[in-house]
Design a protein around this ligand. Structure first.
Ligand SMILES: NC(=O)C1=CN([C@@H]2O[C@H](COP(=O)(O)OP(=O)(O)OC[C@H]3O[C@@H](n4cnc5c(N)ncnc54)[C@H](OP(=O)(O)O)[C@@H]3O)[C@@H](O)[C@H]2O)C=CC1
Ligand SMILES: O=C(O)[C@@H]1CCC=N1
Length: 331
Protein backbone atom coordinates (compact mmCIF):
# COMPACT_ATOMS: atom_id res chain seq x y z
CA UNK A 1 0.00 0.00 0.00
CA UNK A 2 1.41 3.43 -0.92
CA UNK A 3 2.38 5.65 1.99
CA UNK A 4 -0.02 8.56 2.58
CA UNK A 5 1.09 11.63 0.66
CA UNK A 6 0.49 15.32 1.13
CA UNK A 7 -2.73 16.20 -0.65
CA UNK A 8 -2.78 19.03 -3.18
CA UNK A 9 -5.79 21.23 -3.93
CA UNK A 10 -6.33 19.27 -7.14
CA UNK A 11 -6.79 16.02 -5.24
CA UNK A 12 -9.95 14.74 -3.61
CA UNK A 13 -10.45 12.08 -0.97
CA UNK A 14 -13.14 9.48 -1.46
CA UNK A 15 -14.39 7.32 1.41
CA UNK A 16 -16.17 4.07 0.56
CA UNK A 17 -18.33 3.18 3.55
CA UNK A 18 -19.03 -0.53 3.15
CA UNK A 19 -16.36 -1.76 0.78
CA UNK A 20 -17.66 -5.20 -0.19
CA UNK A 21 -18.25 -6.66 -3.65
CA UNK A 22 -19.24 -3.33 -5.19
CA UNK A 23 -16.82 -1.13 -3.28
CA UNK A 24 -13.94 -3.36 -4.34
CA UNK A 25 -15.18 -3.44 -7.95
CA UNK A 26 -15.52 0.35 -8.12
CA UNK A 27 -12.19 1.08 -6.43
CA UNK A 28 -10.45 -1.50 -8.66
CA UNK A 29 -11.72 0.31 -11.73
CA UNK A 30 -10.88 3.82 -10.50
CA UNK A 31 -7.41 2.86 -9.21
CA UNK A 32 -6.58 1.11 -12.50
CA UNK A 33 -7.82 4.09 -14.45
CA UNK A 34 -5.74 6.58 -12.42
CA UNK A 35 -2.67 4.45 -13.11
CA UNK A 36 -3.44 4.36 -16.86
CA UNK A 37 -3.95 8.13 -16.93
CA UNK A 38 -0.65 8.69 -15.14
CA UNK A 39 1.17 6.52 -17.64
CA UNK A 40 -0.25 8.36 -20.69
CA UNK A 41 0.14 12.03 -19.72
CA UNK A 42 0.10 13.11 -23.37
CA UNK A 43 -3.62 12.40 -23.65
CA UNK A 44 -5.73 15.58 -23.93
CA UNK A 45 -6.88 16.73 -20.48
CA UNK A 46 -10.58 15.84 -20.23
CA UNK A 47 -10.71 15.53 -16.45
CA UNK A 48 -12.35 17.77 -13.87
CA UNK A 49 -9.88 20.09 -12.13
CA UNK A 50 -9.74 17.94 -8.98
CA UNK A 51 -9.74 14.14 -9.09
CA UNK A 52 -10.21 11.58 -6.33
CA UNK A 53 -6.75 10.15 -5.67
CA UNK A 54 -6.94 9.32 -1.96
CA UNK A 55 -9.25 6.51 -0.92
CA UNK A 56 -10.45 5.26 2.45
CA UNK A 57 -12.42 1.99 2.51
CA UNK A 58 -14.32 0.85 5.57
CA UNK A 59 -15.70 -2.59 6.40
CA UNK A 60 -17.28 -4.20 9.43
CA UNK A 61 -14.99 -7.18 10.14
CA UNK A 62 -11.22 -7.55 10.37
CA UNK A 63 -11.34 -10.45 7.90
CA UNK A 64 -12.83 -8.08 5.32
CA UNK A 65 -9.94 -5.65 5.84
CA UNK A 66 -7.57 -8.41 4.68
CA UNK A 67 -9.86 -9.19 1.75
CA UNK A 68 -10.06 -5.58 0.57
CA UNK A 69 -6.32 -5.03 1.01
CA UNK A 70 -5.43 -8.12 -0.97
CA UNK A 71 -7.86 -7.15 -3.75
CA UNK A 72 -6.73 -3.54 -4.06
CA UNK A 73 -3.23 -2.99 -2.73
CA UNK A 74 -1.59 -4.05 -6.02
CA UNK A 75 -3.55 -1.32 -7.83
CA UNK A 76 -2.30 1.56 -5.64
CA UNK A 77 0.71 3.31 -7.21
CA UNK A 78 3.12 5.75 -5.56
CA UNK A 79 2.52 9.39 -6.60
CA UNK A 80 -0.78 8.33 -8.21
CA UNK A 81 -3.12 7.13 -5.47
CA UNK A 82 -3.32 6.15 -1.81
CA UNK A 83 -5.63 3.75 0.00
CA UNK A 84 -6.37 3.03 3.64
CA UNK A 85 -8.65 0.19 4.68
CA UNK A 86 -10.25 0.69 8.10
CA UNK A 87 -12.84 -0.91 10.31
CA UNK A 88 -16.33 0.58 10.62
CA UNK A 89 -15.35 2.21 13.92
CA UNK A 90 -13.53 4.70 11.67
CA UNK A 91 -16.58 5.56 9.54
CA UNK A 92 -16.92 8.99 11.14
CA UNK A 93 -13.26 9.97 10.77
CA UNK A 94 -13.30 8.67 7.18
CA UNK A 95 -16.29 10.90 6.40
CA UNK A 96 -14.66 13.88 8.12
CA UNK A 97 -11.61 13.48 5.92
CA UNK A 98 -13.47 12.82 2.68
CA UNK A 99 -14.73 15.12 -0.04
CA UNK A 100 -16.79 12.32 -1.61
CA UNK A 101 -18.51 9.56 0.37
CA UNK A 102 -19.63 6.45 -1.48
CA UNK A 103 -22.25 4.47 0.44
CA UNK A 104 -21.62 0.81 -0.42
CA UNK A 105 -23.35 -0.88 2.52
CA UNK A 106 -26.58 -2.86 2.28
CA UNK A 107 -29.67 -0.68 1.84
CA UNK A 108 -31.14 -1.52 5.27
CA UNK A 109 -27.88 -0.43 6.95
CA UNK A 110 -27.86 3.13 5.64
CA UNK A 111 -29.67 4.84 8.50
CA UNK A 112 -27.71 3.00 11.23
CA UNK A 113 -24.38 3.65 9.58
CA UNK A 114 -25.04 7.37 9.07
CA UNK A 115 -26.44 7.80 12.57
CA UNK A 116 -23.11 7.04 14.28
CA UNK A 117 -22.16 9.55 16.94
CA UNK A 118 -20.18 12.45 15.45
CA UNK A 119 -21.39 11.83 11.89
CA UNK A 120 -23.33 15.09 11.68
CA UNK A 121 -20.20 17.16 12.31
CA UNK A 122 -18.13 14.91 10.06
CA UNK A 123 -20.58 15.39 7.19
CA UNK A 124 -20.74 19.12 7.53
CA UNK A 125 -17.11 19.92 8.33
CA UNK A 126 -16.20 22.76 6.02
CA UNK A 127 -13.03 23.55 4.28
CA UNK A 128 -10.69 22.56 7.01
CA UNK A 129 -7.13 22.00 5.93
CA UNK A 130 -6.89 19.32 3.26
CA UNK A 131 -10.48 19.67 2.04
CA UNK A 132 -10.68 20.37 -1.64
CA UNK A 133 -14.48 20.80 -1.59
CA UNK A 134 -16.53 22.81 0.88
CA UNK A 135 -19.72 20.77 0.42
CA UNK A 136 -19.32 17.03 0.60
CA UNK A 137 -20.90 14.72 -1.95
CA UNK A 138 -22.61 11.50 -0.85
CA UNK A 139 -22.99 8.96 -3.65
CA UNK A 140 -25.31 6.11 -2.71
CA UNK A 141 -25.23 2.93 -4.77
CA UNK A 142 -27.73 1.28 -2.40
CA UNK A 143 -30.51 -0.39 -4.36
CA UNK A 144 -33.97 1.04 -3.79
CA UNK A 145 -32.87 3.95 -1.60
CA UNK A 146 -34.07 7.24 -3.09
CA UNK A 147 -32.48 10.67 -2.83
CA UNK A 148 -35.44 12.02 -0.76
CA UNK A 149 -35.09 9.02 1.61
CA UNK A 150 -31.37 9.70 2.01
CA UNK A 151 -32.01 13.38 2.64
CA UNK A 152 -34.68 12.47 5.20
CA UNK A 153 -32.24 10.15 6.99
CA UNK A 154 -29.64 12.94 7.01
CA UNK A 155 -32.12 15.46 8.40
CA UNK A 156 -34.10 13.31 10.83
CA UNK A 157 -31.72 10.52 11.93
CA UNK A 158 -28.38 12.30 11.62
CA UNK A 159 -29.62 15.78 12.55
CA UNK A 160 -28.13 17.71 9.64
CA UNK A 161 -29.99 20.97 9.05
CA UNK A 162 -31.53 21.56 5.62
CA UNK A 163 -28.96 24.31 4.94
CA UNK A 164 -26.03 22.01 5.72
CA UNK A 165 -27.13 18.97 3.69
CA UNK A 166 -24.34 17.46 1.61
CA UNK A 167 -24.99 16.96 -2.10
CA UNK A 168 -26.76 13.60 -2.33
CA UNK A 169 -26.46 11.50 -5.48
CA UNK A 170 -27.98 8.13 -6.30
CA UNK A 171 -26.06 6.02 -8.78
CA UNK A 172 -26.42 2.44 -9.90
CA UNK A 173 -23.27 0.78 -11.26
CA UNK A 174 -22.70 -2.96 -11.62
CA UNK A 175 -19.99 -5.48 -10.73
CA UNK A 176 -18.29 -5.11 -14.10
CA UNK A 177 -16.91 -1.87 -12.61
CA UNK A 178 -14.01 -4.12 -11.66
CA UNK A 179 -13.02 -4.50 -15.32
CA UNK A 180 -14.21 -0.98 -16.19
CA UNK A 181 -17.21 -2.35 -18.11
CA UNK A 182 -20.00 -1.16 -15.83
CA UNK A 183 -23.26 0.32 -17.07
CA UNK A 184 -23.90 3.02 -14.49
CA UNK A 185 -27.11 5.01 -14.30
CA UNK A 186 -27.05 8.29 -12.37
CA UNK A 187 -30.31 9.65 -10.99
CA UNK A 188 -31.11 13.14 -12.31
CA UNK A 189 -32.50 15.66 -9.82
CA UNK A 190 -34.47 18.91 -9.92
CA UNK A 191 -33.00 21.48 -9.79
CA UNK A 192 -30.05 19.89 -11.63
CA UNK A 193 -26.74 19.38 -9.86
CA UNK A 194 -24.12 22.06 -10.42
CA UNK A 195 -22.13 21.46 -13.60
CA UNK A 196 -18.93 20.91 -11.61
CA UNK A 197 -20.58 18.07 -9.66
CA UNK A 198 -22.03 16.47 -12.79
CA UNK A 199 -18.59 16.67 -14.39
CA UNK A 200 -16.97 15.01 -11.39
CA UNK A 201 -19.63 12.27 -11.18
CA UNK A 202 -19.38 11.61 -14.90
CA UNK A 203 -15.60 11.36 -14.62
CA UNK A 204 -15.79 8.93 -11.68
CA UNK A 205 -18.27 6.59 -13.32
CA UNK A 206 -16.74 6.85 -16.81
CA UNK A 207 -13.55 5.43 -15.31
CA UNK A 208 -15.47 2.23 -14.66
CA UNK A 209 -17.62 1.98 -17.79
CA UNK A 210 -20.55 3.64 -19.55
CA UNK A 211 -22.73 6.29 -17.90
CA UNK A 212 -26.36 7.31 -18.45
CA UNK A 213 -28.49 9.90 -16.62
CA UNK A 214 -32.15 9.03 -16.01
CA UNK A 215 -34.94 10.33 -13.75
CA UNK A 216 -35.63 8.90 -10.27
CA UNK A 217 -38.77 7.09 -11.42
CA UNK A 218 -36.62 4.75 -13.53
CA UNK A 219 -33.85 3.98 -11.04
CA UNK A 220 -35.36 0.72 -9.75
CA UNK A 221 -35.82 -0.55 -13.31
CA UNK A 222 -32.21 0.46 -14.06
CA UNK A 223 -31.12 -1.42 -10.94
CA UNK A 224 -32.86 -4.51 -12.23
CA UNK A 225 -31.74 -4.26 -15.86
CA UNK A 226 -28.13 -3.15 -15.32
CA UNK A 227 -27.11 -4.37 -11.85
CA UNK A 228 -29.20 -7.53 -11.43
CA UNK A 229 -28.86 -7.94 -15.19
CA UNK A 230 -25.27 -9.08 -14.73
CA UNK A 231 -26.60 -12.10 -12.84
CA UNK A 232 -29.39 -12.69 -15.35
CA UNK A 233 -26.91 -12.78 -18.24
CA UNK A 234 -24.59 -15.00 -16.18
CA UNK A 235 -27.43 -17.51 -15.81
CA UNK A 236 -27.97 -17.47 -19.56
CA UNK A 237 -24.26 -18.04 -20.14
CA UNK A 238 -24.27 -20.97 -17.75
CA UNK A 239 -27.31 -22.44 -19.47
CA UNK A 240 -25.72 -22.08 -22.91
CA UNK A 241 -22.50 -23.66 -21.65
CA UNK A 242 -24.53 -26.51 -20.12
CA UNK A 243 -26.00 -27.19 -23.55
CA UNK A 244 -22.51 -27.37 -25.01
CA UNK A 245 -21.37 -29.68 -22.21
CA UNK A 246 -24.39 -31.90 -22.84
CA UNK A 247 -23.18 -32.26 -26.41
CA UNK A 248 -19.62 -33.10 -25.37
CA UNK A 249 -17.73 -29.77 -25.19
CA UNK A 250 -15.43 -29.67 -22.12
CA UNK A 251 -16.76 -27.34 -19.37
CA UNK A 252 -13.94 -24.77 -19.48
CA UNK A 253 -14.12 -24.38 -23.25
CA UNK A 254 -17.92 -24.27 -23.18
CA UNK A 255 -17.91 -21.47 -20.59
CA UNK A 256 -15.38 -19.43 -22.53
CA UNK A 257 -17.27 -19.97 -25.78
CA UNK A 258 -20.58 -18.92 -24.20
CA UNK A 259 -19.02 -15.78 -22.68
CA UNK A 260 -17.18 -14.72 -25.83
CA UNK A 261 -20.31 -15.35 -27.93
CA UNK A 262 -22.35 -13.20 -25.55
CA UNK A 263 -19.67 -10.50 -25.75
CA UNK A 264 -19.77 -10.67 -29.57
CA UNK A 265 -23.56 -10.36 -29.68
CA UNK A 266 -23.40 -7.46 -27.20
CA UNK A 267 -20.67 -5.78 -29.27
CA UNK A 268 -22.76 -5.97 -32.44
CA UNK A 269 -25.79 -4.45 -30.70
CA UNK A 270 -23.64 -1.69 -29.16
CA UNK A 271 -22.29 -1.10 -32.67
CA UNK A 272 -25.81 -0.26 -33.84
CA UNK A 273 -27.31 -3.59 -34.92
CA UNK A 274 -30.90 -4.06 -33.75
CA UNK A 275 -31.20 -7.32 -31.74
CA UNK A 276 -34.10 -8.55 -33.88
CA UNK A 277 -32.14 -7.94 -37.11
CA UNK A 278 -29.11 -9.68 -35.60
CA UNK A 279 -31.29 -12.65 -34.72
CA UNK A 280 -32.73 -12.79 -38.25
CA UNK A 281 -29.30 -12.51 -39.86
CA UNK A 282 -28.09 -15.56 -37.93
CA UNK A 283 -31.22 -17.54 -38.70
CA UNK A 284 -30.40 -19.14 -42.06
CA UNK A 285 -33.61 -20.46 -43.67
CA UNK A 286 -33.88 -24.15 -42.95
CA UNK A 287 -30.86 -23.87 -40.61
CA UNK A 288 -30.03 -24.78 -37.05
CA UNK A 289 -30.48 -21.34 -35.44
CA UNK A 290 -34.18 -21.06 -36.21
CA UNK A 291 -34.56 -24.58 -34.81
CA UNK A 292 -33.02 -23.46 -31.51
CA UNK A 293 -34.91 -20.16 -31.42
CA UNK A 294 -38.24 -21.96 -31.81
CA UNK A 295 -37.42 -23.96 -28.67
CA UNK A 296 -36.52 -20.78 -26.74
CA UNK A 297 -39.78 -19.09 -27.80
CA UNK A 298 -41.78 -22.22 -27.07
CA UNK A 299 -40.30 -22.37 -23.55
CA UNK A 300 -41.17 -18.71 -22.97
CA UNK A 301 -37.62 -17.48 -22.52
CA UNK A 302 -38.45 -13.99 -23.83
CA UNK A 303 -41.34 -13.58 -21.39
CA UNK A 304 -39.38 -15.15 -18.52
CA UNK A 305 -36.43 -12.79 -18.97
CA UNK A 306 -38.62 -9.71 -19.34
CA UNK A 307 -40.67 -10.70 -16.28
CA UNK A 308 -37.47 -11.31 -14.29
CA UNK A 309 -36.46 -7.70 -15.02
CA UNK A 310 -39.94 -6.57 -13.97
CA UNK A 311 -39.89 -8.62 -10.75
CA UNK A 312 -36.41 -7.44 -9.75
CA UNK A 313 -37.58 -3.86 -10.36
CA UNK A 314 -40.42 -4.31 -7.90
CA UNK A 315 -38.15 -5.97 -5.32
CA UNK A 316 -35.55 -3.20 -5.77
CA UNK A 317 -38.22 -0.62 -5.04
CA UNK A 318 -38.85 -2.33 -1.67
CA UNK A 319 -35.18 -2.38 -0.64
CA UNK A 320 -35.27 1.25 0.47
CA UNK A 321 -37.88 0.49 3.12
CA UNK A 322 -35.16 -0.34 5.66
CA UNK A 323 -36.47 -3.93 5.89
CA UNK A 324 -34.38 -7.07 5.31
CA UNK A 325 -35.46 -9.96 3.07
CA UNK A 326 -38.12 -8.08 1.14
CA UNK A 327 -38.52 -10.90 -1.41
CA UNK A 328 -40.59 -12.72 1.20
CA UNK A 329 -43.19 -9.96 1.10
CA UNK A 330 -43.89 -10.49 -2.60
CA UNK A 331 -45.96 -13.68 -2.73
N1 LIG B 1 -23.68 -6.71 -5.64
C1 LIG B 1 -24.01 -6.03 -6.73
O1 LIG B 1 -23.84 -6.50 -7.88
C2 LIG B 1 -24.60 -4.67 -6.61
C3 LIG B 1 -24.92 -4.11 -5.38
N2 LIG B 1 -25.41 -2.84 -5.31
C4 LIG B 1 -25.67 -2.21 -4.00
O2 LIG B 1 -24.39 -2.01 -3.44
C5 LIG B 1 -24.45 -2.16 -2.04
C6 LIG B 1 -23.39 -3.13 -1.60
O3 LIG B 1 -23.63 -4.39 -2.15
P1 LIG B 1 -22.49 -5.51 -2.10
O4 LIG B 1 -21.18 -4.88 -2.41
O5 LIG B 1 -22.99 -6.61 -2.93
O6 LIG B 1 -22.55 -5.90 -0.56
P2 LIG B 1 -21.44 -6.60 0.32
O7 LIG B 1 -22.16 -7.34 1.39
O8 LIG B 1 -20.46 -7.34 -0.52
O9 LIG B 1 -20.66 -5.37 0.96
C7 LIG B 1 -21.15 -4.64 2.04
C8 LIG B 1 -19.97 -4.16 2.83
O10 LIG B 1 -20.42 -3.33 3.89
C9 LIG B 1 -19.58 -3.60 4.99
N3 LIG B 1 -20.26 -3.09 6.18
C10 LIG B 1 -21.30 -3.62 6.86
N4 LIG B 1 -21.64 -2.81 7.90
C11 LIG B 1 -20.78 -1.76 7.84
C12 LIG B 1 -20.61 -0.60 8.63
N5 LIG B 1 -21.39 -0.32 9.67
N6 LIG B 1 -19.63 0.27 8.28
C13 LIG B 1 -18.82 0.03 7.21
N7 LIG B 1 -18.94 -1.06 6.43
C14 LIG B 1 -19.91 -1.93 6.74
C15 LIG B 1 -19.38 -5.07 4.96
O11 LIG B 1 -18.29 -5.43 5.76
P3 LIG B 1 -18.11 -6.97 6.24
O12 LIG B 1 -17.73 -7.73 5.01
O13 LIG B 1 -16.99 -6.90 7.20
O14 LIG B 1 -19.42 -7.37 6.83
C16 LIG B 1 -19.15 -5.28 3.48
O15 LIG B 1 -17.80 -5.07 3.18
C17 LIG B 1 -25.86 -2.58 -1.69
O16 LIG B 1 -26.55 -1.49 -1.19
C18 LIG B 1 -26.45 -3.04 -3.01
O17 LIG B 1 -27.83 -2.74 -3.09
C19 LIG B 1 -25.55 -2.06 -6.42
C20 LIG B 1 -25.25 -2.55 -7.63
C21 LIG B 1 -24.80 -3.90 -7.85
O1 LIG C 1 -29.51 -8.03 -5.58
C1 LIG C 1 -29.30 -6.95 -5.03
O2 LIG C 1 -30.03 -6.55 -4.12
C2 LIG C 1 -28.14 -6.10 -5.47
C3 LIG C 1 -28.62 -4.77 -5.98
C4 LIG C 1 -28.52 -4.87 -7.46
C5 LIG C 1 -27.67 -6.01 -7.69
N1 LIG C 1 -27.47 -6.68 -6.58
Amino acid sequence: MAAPQVKSSSELTMAVLGCGTMGIAILSGILSSLTSLASSPSDPPTSPPALPRHFIATVRSSSSITKVESALSGLVKPNVSTLRVLQSTSNVSAVAEADIILLGCKPYMVSGLLSASGMKDALTVNHKEGHARSQKIIISICAGVTVPQLEQILREDVGVSADDLPIVVRAMPNTASKIRESMTVINTVEPPLPDSVTELLTWIFEQIGEVAFLPPSLMDACTSLCASGTAFFALMMEAAADGGVAMGIPRAEATKMAAQTMRGAAGLVLDGEHPAILREKVSTPGGCTIGGLLVLEDEGVRGAVAKAVREATVVASLLGSGQKNVNGTRH
